[in-house]
Write a protein that binds this ligand. Structure first.
Ligand SMILES: Cc1ncc(COP(=O)(O)O)c(C=O)c1O
Length: 384
């Protein structure tokens, strides 16, 4: 080509996400990939058969733009059963291409240029780009050393320009969870404001040690100003199917749907039919807590043979390991070296901070078969 367009980047500081980078490095060096957050446990063949059935039966054209009504009805029932909250299936639930699109469409709908959005770091990596591409300004607060939200700092950062506060529980990457007192504090804080809460709850079914998931849906005064994100990818071990949803009060949802219709229009039709049928098997999501708790405990028992220090993990399928006492290298360098020399890939936590704060902690995904976990930890055991 003779002409190179002088395109100006709208995201000059955004590169390829760390998940793709570490997965690429793992593949290149034949390392066990505990980096990217996807399960390699078996998908229920019954669920796969349902997708096949619906596709063969001809359900292959555009689905209704906001999602299949039958699926939305099942979701409304599930939310009422799980959290005692009533959402109108047609007007208050939207089916999206994973929680990722739900987050982006929600930010597109509510953020005006110059609006501030409070982000709690370390934060999942799609939040900030979504805020900035819509002209918003991320205002950051950081978790305390014991991975709690510093609510005083959040309070200090609320201004007349605050459009939204983004929360995430159970939390990626730290595995911490918000407790009842956190949500009551938040409820009080936003009471006389117009702040909208964006609550990312994709790991709602992965909470350990008998704790219950504190969804904002349980708190009516929060729910009436919240958009809540969920992911079938996380719930049914099918992250590649890109099926998620968000729920919000009707007046807010109306605006999100307007964005969704031009961002993806609708979502994969046979998958929506299949999941609608499959949701009758409630045990499939109710048993996830104990399934992943066993995985966490097994991974921790293996890690005991290494020199790494495990941090507390109350939910999600991520375990943080500290190497602060083992090396002075940056977490990025260390993660690269573990991948190349010890054949185990992880995610350096600094990437979840805008200023790359480096506490010398790595994130490992334990949503893997026991064999994968054993093979991965073999590498960690060799680290001296
Ligand atoms: C905290 C958090 N939010 C959102 C997502 C995106 O979910 P989905 O795959 O449904 O788009 C992820 C995926 O890892 C996540 O960890």
């Amino acid at each position: 080509m003779n002409f190179q367009h002088p395109i100006t980047s709208k995201q000059p500081n955004v590169g390829t996400t760390i998940f793709a980078v570490m997965t690429g490095l793992a593949n290149q060096h034949g390392a066990v990939n505990l980096a990217q957050g996807f399960p390699n446990v078996e998908v229920d063949p019954k669920l796969i058969a349902l997708v096949d059935k619906h596709s063969r039966e001809g359900k292959n054209q555009y689905a209704p733009m906001p999602g299949l009504p039958a699926l939305k009805e099942k979701i409304a029932e599930k939310i009422e059963e799980s959290y005692g909250a009533k959402y109108h299936p047609i007007n208050e639930i939207l089916i999206t291409a994973g929680a990722t699109q739900a987050i982006y469409s929600s930010l597109s709908a509510i953020v005006f240029p110059g609006d501030e959005v409070i982000v709690i770091e370390p934060a999942y990596d799609c939040y900030e780009p979504g805020i900035k591409l819509n002209g918003g300004i991320p205002v950051r607060t950081q978790l305390t050393a014991d991975m709690k939200v510093d609510w005083k700092d959040v309070q200090n950062k609320i201004s007349p320009k605050t459009r939204s506060i983004m929360i995430n529980t159970p939390h990626n990457p730290t595995g911490s969870v918000l407790l009842k007192e956190d949500l009551l504090t938040l409820e009080k804080m936003v009471k006389n404001t117009n702040v909208i809460i964006i609550s990312d709850e994709v790991y709602e079914h992965i909470v350990f040690d008998g704790e219950r998931h504190e969804s904002v849906c349980r708190y009516p005064a929060l729910a009436e100003r919240s958009i809540v994100m969920f992911s079938f990818g996380k719930t049914y071990h099918v992250t590649g199917w890109r099926l998620g949803y968000c729920i919000a009060p009707e007046n807010i949802m109306k605006e999100i749907v307007k964005c969704h219709q031009f961002q993806s229009y609708c979502i994969h039709t046979p998958v929506q039919y299949a999941v609608t049928d499959y949701m009758d098997n409630k045990e499939k999501y109710l048993e996830l807590n104990s399934f992943f708790q066993q995985k966490r405990d097994y991974f921790l028992s293996l890690v005991k043979q290494t020199k790494f220090k495990a941090l507390p993990c109350a939910g999600t399928y991520f375990q943080l390991l500290s190497f602060a006492h083992l090396s002075d290298e940056s977490d990025r360098e260390y993660a690269n070296r573990l991948t190349i020399d010890y054949k185990i890939a992880s995610i350096p936590i600094s990437v979840f901070y805008h200023n790359f704060r480096d506490d010398k902690i790595l994130r490992f995904c334990f949503a893997k078969t026991d064999e994968t976990l054993e093979k991965g930890v073999e590498g960690l055991i060799k680290v001296k």
